[in-house]
Design a protein around this ligand. Structure first.
Ligand code: ATP
Ligand code: MG
Length: 572
């Protein structure tokens, strides 16, 4: 196991600061010992592994405290949102194993109530229509170190504000002409409190409310109200909202509404990937990947297609715990979770990725034996299967060397190896292609008394290699996926003009079209997961496989090959 993982596993015993807060509330009776959380995605992209962390946290806490979790679409920006995203989010949350029952909500369902409450803010003298241009507003806001300036429109009368707000709603004005702002404090050291926007004009059709509205509430206003309407107790969000909490509290206090508690935790960051939806959308749109569910994407749909299991992702989320400070988790920790899971649960088969012919010259031409193979040594309940063996086999090209380096325990002229589940063989020669100089075929003899499981099985040789019988093998396409970026922090030198693209790993996908597999693997159903012995974990692709003709995606290699690369780099 790699050291990073060891260290991370020890450090990340579930942190309990959120539970501590809930326990305190339960003691004081603040929410009547109730726990009601929500997962509030904006449907403007597919969910990623960071969202999975938040989903596991929200649903997990509710489950532990016998509470409930709502799925709420935070759909307040019609320009970037779409039903395609709503559908994918529902599918992903379900696939992760969580159930929101009948509690599927949309911020847009509350637009009427939100509007009415905005009028109340105006009536209370706590909100006004500003008619400065967006640039002027930015300028008037000042800087964190210097106070802002009050807008000349700040002291409009309640009547004028109401009149303008209603006319904004009926579509009389253009985008940017006016906005509704909360009247708080232009010199607050917290920039979020300097008269934040509450409603803006957007003449866009909404994926649910269609053309009913041309003004839309801002996130900070819509979010706390939605939480309040739904009776949420603990509104868990990521750290960047810490400075928004005073505003969350302000709206609810001023409107005298039921008041949930906002709690912030550190967002999940992973090495060797990017997680912002904007960057992921860019990769999709510019075709650096084959869609949101490309197996190299950190999206839940990408991980699913890659072969990750829901339990491996939940296990990962648990392992990384909840932190109060931003940190970066080594992607090896995620890979470790899926290896652990598949090691226990995936059937093992033999598959040859880069085949070369091997002929056993003393094995009769037309004989076939069916040898016993263990499906998973970690789980005897998974049983045994029969693997056909014959005179003509395929083995990995890499398992043979004409001139072996020291300590090479596989095949070379004169060496002995065991064929997995079969016999010990000795290499007696090979044939080279005169023109290309490539080796075309390897010749061996077998020792009939060394059959696995038989009397001579105890004889030891240093190497064991996998193989498939040439006339029985299925020919399939294998897609060898690897990390999408070859830099631990692809955004390190990002300039917003796509600087992160220079770190795209050119070897993140290798397609092998003549991979030779045990015949049974031809029956693999889309989504089935396997270990190809000595090669890696694979799953049958859900999009590209057809009946009897699976395409296998490499989920992950058997060992962390990147740790070695990183160590080499560090030692330079
Ligand atoms: P992005 O920055 O990737 O666009 P977002 O925060 O805008 O993500 P939302 O759809 O608003 O995406 O997120 C829904 C929920 O998921 C929010 O509660 C948010 O805090 C949480 N979330 C988003 N990214 C992460 C992350 N990397 N780690 C943990 N939670 C996250
Ligand atoms: Mg967001």
């Amino acid at each position: 196991m790699n050291e990073n993982i060891d260290a991370q596993e020890k450090k990340d015993l579930p942190s309990n600061f959120i539970r501590d807060i809930i326990d305190e509330h339960n003691l004081s009776g603040r929410f009547g010992a109730k726990v009601h959380t929500r997962f509030p995605p904006e449907p403007n992209g597919y969910l990623h592994i960071g969202h999975a962390k938040s989903i596991c946290l929200n649903f997990g806490l509710a489950k532990d405290y016998n509470g409930a979790t709502n799925l709420r679409f935070d759909d307040t920006n019609p320009v970037t949102e779409d039903v395609e995203y709503v559908d994918s989010i529902r599918e992903d949350v379900k696939w992760l194993g969580f159930d929101w029952e009948d509690r599927e909500f949309y911020a847009s369902d509350y637009f009427d109530r939100m509007y009415e409450l905005a009028e109340i803010l105006i009536e209370k003298g706590l909100a006004y229509i500003d008619s400065l241009t967006p640039e002027e507003i930015r300028h008037y806001r000042g800087w964190p170190t210097s106070p802002g300036k009050e807008s000349p429109y700040r002291n409009r009368s309640v009547e004028e504000n109401l009149d303008l707000f209603r006319r904004m709603k009926t579509g009389e004005f253009n985008e940017g002409d006016h906005i509704l702002r909360a009247k708080i404090d232009m010199s607050s050291p917290n920039m979020n409190m300097r008269d934040p926007a509450v409603y803006r004009i957007k003449k866009s059709s909404h994926h649910r409310t269609k053309d009913k509205w041309c003004i839309y509430p801002m996130y900070d206003y819509a979010h706390c109200l939605s939480d309040s309407f739904e009776g949420i107790t603990h509104s868990i969000c990521t750290l960047e909202f810490e400075n928004h909490r005073p505003l969350y509290d302000w709206f609810l206090d001023k409107l005298e509404l039921y008041h949930p508690q906002q709690i912030e935790f550190a967002r999940l960051n992973l090495s060797y990937t990017v997680m912002s939806k904007r960057k992921l959308l860019f990769l999709v749109k510019e075709k650096y990947v084959d869609g949101w569910d490309d197996p190299r994407m950190p999206t839940i749909s990408g991980l699913r297609r890659r072969g990750y299991t829901p339990s491996s992702i939940r296990d990962f989320a648990e392992k990384v715990g909840v932190a109060r400070r931003d940190n970066v988790i080594d992607v090896a920790v995620l890979e470790h979770s899926i290896r652990n899971d598949l090691n226990k649960h995936a059937s093992r088969y033999m598959a040859v990725i880069n085949p070369i012919k091997l002929t056993i010259i003393n094995y009769p031409e037309n004989d076939i034996e069916y040898l016993e193979a263990v499906n998973n040594p970690e789980d005897s309940a998974m049983g045994m299967r029969k693997v056909p063996f014959s005179r003509h086999l395929f083995i990995e090209r890499d398992d043979f060397r004409e001139d072996p380096p020291k300590k090479f325990h596989r095949l070379f002229p004169g060496s002995e190896v065991r064929l997995r589940y079969a016999y010990i063989i000795i290499c007696t020669g090979f044939k080279k292609n005169d023109i290309s100089g490539e080796i075309d075929e390897i010749y061996c003899e077998y020792y009939p008394d060394t059959k696995s499981g038989g009397l001579g099985a105890s004889r030891k040789v240093k190497g064991t290699i996998h193989w498939v019988s040439a006339s029985h093998a299925g020919n399939v396409e294998a897609r060898l996926y690897d990390r999408l970026f070859n830099h631990p922090d692809p955004l390190e030198s990002d300039d917003d003009a796509g600087g992160f693209l220079q770190h795209i790993n050119p070897d993140s996908l290798k397609i092998v079209s003549n991979c030779k597999v045990e015949p049974e693997l031809l029956n693999a159903k889309p989504g089935d997961r396997f270990q190809f012995e000595r090669v890696g974990y694979f799953c049958a692709d859900t999009k590209l496989s057809t009946s009897g003709n699976p395409v296998f995606n490499r989920t992950v290699t058997l060992k962390d090959t990147w740790a070695k690369i990183e160590n080499q780099t560090n030692n330079q």
